[in-house]
Design a protein around this ligand. Sequence first.
Ligand code: HEC
Ligand code: HEC
Length: 267
Amino acid sequence: MTRRFALLTVFTAALIITGSHASAAEPVFKLDPALFGEGAYVYERNCLICHGPRGDGNGEWAQGLLPKPRSFREGMFKFRTTPTGKLPTDDDLHRTIKGGLSGTAMGMFTALGDDEVRAVTEYVKSFSRRWRKAENYAEPMTFPPQPVWFADVAMRADHAVPGRILFNNACAICHGLKADGKGPSAAALKDIWNLPCKPADLRQEHLRCGDHPADIYRILATGMNGTPMMSYDQSLTEAQRWDVIAFIVGIRVPSAPVLGGSPLGSR
Ligand code: HEC
Ligand code: HEC
């Protein structure tokens, strides 16, 4: 009797837990058939050629591209506002699709309307099971505003001094002492798709994450899922990160070669 009661308690507790879990799982992706249908159409016309009919990144034009078109099957995205390991928000995907990824074959789809972007986003999500699990979702992180001193060239140069030291210790092993992407471990780096993963040449004016110092801050907070570029959310303080960014911005050269290069000449 006691045993049965105990079992019942466990069962009820499990129900309660599952119940509360279900409500926490609110954002979990449920396929919207209409949106999915429209998304498939947009995808076939605009994305399939690179990302492939099965969303595995093996479209006809994928041959020879580096970075390769993303496989959507693993549900791993580099450019997000969410913590490391988590899925991107719809806004994150929207930003990537409309804004493109500078220096790669992923162009800007400015001609797509917001509805089309929403639909194709839905379609992209259908390729990976990760979108069906609540634990892969997270709220976007909050990012502090750029410090006031950042706009002042002389003060930025002051902050770049400790920034350089931090960079040498934390980043140079991959990005190189000159931030040109040629650190000692660069050649050996691979991503989860087992492809060579070149550290970015940070002297470029246009990084894939964006053109602003805040975009670098965001990358340092979120990391780039699926790549060796980890999150520094726990290991560098806010002040330290801005010092590193002051260093990076200070060594930018307009003529730095861009990553990859677009075969379509889309930019
Ligand atoms: C000409 C080839 C090409 C076409 C066409 C293309 N992409 Fe891409 N896409 C890429 C490449 C290359 C990458 C990988 C860039 C990288 O890893 O830095 C990418 C990456 C992405 C990512 C991943 C971003 C992240 O955070 O990791 C998304 C999402 C995406 N593309 C969506 C789309 C959608 C939606 C379309 C159609 C509207 C599309 N792409 C069309 C080449 C293409
Ligand atoms: C273990 C090697 C490694 C370390 C350490 C590392 N990075 Fe990276 N980083 C990478 C790789 C690889 C990429 C490119 C990933 C890709 O293209 O998929 C990258 C990309 C980036 C990008 C994005 C570039 C773009 O085009 O958007 C920024 C910004 C960046 N790193 C800054 C830093 C800073 C600052 C540090 C030190 C605090 C650092 N990284 C430490 C490997 C590393």
